[in-house]
Design a protein around this ligand. Structure first.
Ligand code: FAD
Length: 418
């Protein structure tokens, strides 16, 4: 009864394995990739531990922008409706989360998780290295209206533990002198002093070593999960391309792949992928050391060690989108245009794409599903790296209390009889 399988070795699966092994459970992690964080969003994300900027995607301002998105007029955000009924169910639920009150509630729920995660990262960074730095973050706003809206939300967030402050453009440049060479004028910035940065791929590599060596966690890489089997309402087997594993406790932590596998056990998860891109280039002396997010162009610049990670674009379309050269080129051009001297854009630009596993309310799903022994830790959207330590801790708590749904959009899960 102490055995548990964690499906997925992205940052969520690895943090889950750590939390469960720390409780004395015998953990086996299964993933199709060649190693930890090799095949999913945890490989090349924006690297920001964004504890304060937890704003939900569904918001009144995004809805006002939908016509522009559908017409392809927003360079950073693309919306191409899919024909899948699952897309329309997800979109409907997304719309119901876009009112001001839902937006604020969802933002604050994620903020609470982020604050818990911050404590988790403070602990784990004593055990493993992952280019972790306390950088603080500046969110740049191109208009005074955008800045005022951000200030008003920050007042609410500050009641829940952040200490965000609005800075004029001059004050932001004083805080991060590299901004003097930022090509676009900006009205001001929101300063989040608590925010940090780190490499989630490196985190997974070093955690892998610790989990194998100190906790006896077993890993089965190169193993594609094809289906789950439940009998009489209880989880019974994991079916993979290398054979079947009988089991009585399983955690789904498959990122954007979670919904497809949950469906095989009759569970519908409201997760839809939002594709993004990143590049990693050698940082120059003129690279910012504070994390920078340009909110209007939706591009983040984050220093990890001697590299600069630049992430961006938010494309919602098909369920299994591929790398699109012209979208990556758009990010590269945008980045060069913003911070031309921040790094070497001419050499080996490591181009990457990944899928953010979005839920309609931007909250991850953590806890027990309606199938006995089948647990969820998935749907972390744009903030999985940031939230990983908190959701892993909540998962461990749910397994300790077996039977309770702890947090997130789990009420949206529908179970069908097999
Ligand atoms: C461009 C971009 C920028 C981002 N920036 C940030 C940021 O700055 N800060 C932040 O907090 N978050 C950021 N995110 C979000 C964050 O990266 C994700 O939320 C997080 O990585 C999700 O982790 P995960 O472990 O759930 O999924 P993943 O990392 O995708 O891992 C899922 C794993 O499951 C495996 N898998 C899937 N299906 C199967 C199957 N059938 N069989 C076997 N294995 C399978 C995959 O191989 C993979 O290893 C960003 C995401 C993107 C795309």
């Amino acid at each position: 009864m102490r055995e548990i399988f964690v499906l997925g070795a992205g940052v969520i699966g690895m943090a889950s394995a750590y939390a469960l092994a720390s409780e004395g459970l015998e953990v086996t992690v299964i993933d199709a990739g060649t190693g930890p964080a090799a095949g999913g969003a945890s490989f090349g994300n924006g690297a920001q531990l964004s504890y304060s900027y937890t704003d939900a995607l569904a918001s009144p301002s995004l809805i006002a922008n939908v016509p522009k998105l559908l017409l392809g007029f927003d360079p950073a955000f693309r919306l191409t409706p899919s024909l899948s009924p699952r897309f329309w169910a997800w979109s409907l639920s997304f719309l119901t989360n876009a009112s001001r009150s839902s937006f604020e509630r969802n933002t604050i729920e994620v903020l609470k998780l982020a604050m818990e995660s911050r404590r988790g990262f403070a602990e784990i960074s004593k055990k493993i290295s992952f280019d972790h730095r306390s950088t603080g973050k500046l969110n740049l706003y191109s208009t005074h209206r955008g800045l005022r809206n951000a200030e008003s939300l920050s007042r609410l967030k500050n009641k829940h533990g952040t200490e965000q402050v609005v800075l004029t453009a001059e004050e932001a440049i004083e805080r991060e002198p590299a901004l003097a060479r930022f090509s676009h004028p900006f009205a001001g910035a929101l300063w989040s002093p608590f925010d940090e940065a780190g490499d989630s791929w490196l985190f997974c590599q070093n955690l892998h070593t610790v989990l194998e060596r100190d906790y006896g966690v077993k890993f089965k890489f190169g193993t594609k999960i094809e289906a789950l089997r439940a009998r009489s309402g209880k989880i019974d087997a994991i079916i993979t391309d290398t054979g079947e594993f009988s089991c009585n406790r399983v955690v789904i932590a498959l990122g954007a792949g979670s919904a497809a596998i949950a469906r095989t056990a009759g569970i519908r998860l409201p997760i839809w992928p939002m594709q993004g891109y990143s590049m990693t280039i050698p940082a120059s002396e003129m690279a910012p050391s504070v994390s920078i997010t340009d909110t209007s162009r939706k591009v983040v610049f984050c220093r990890i060690g001697d590299r600069l990670r630049i992430g961006g674009l938010a494309d919602i379309g098909g369920e299994n989108p591929k790398f699109k050269k012209q979208r990556f080129a758009a990010l590269l051009e945008a980045a060069k245009g913003m911070f031309p001297e921040a790094g070497d854009y001419t050499g080996n630009v490591n181009a990457w794409t990944g899928l953010r596993p979005m839920t309609p309310n931007s909250q991850p799903m953590v806890g027990q599903s309606k199938i006995e022994g089948l647990f969820l830790n998935c749907g972390h959207g744009s903030l999985g790296w940031t939230l990983s330590m908190a959701t892993a801790a909540r998962l461990a708590q749910a397994i300790r209390m077996e039977g309770n749904v702890i947090s997130g959009a789990a009420s949206l899960i529908h179970v069908h009889s097999n």
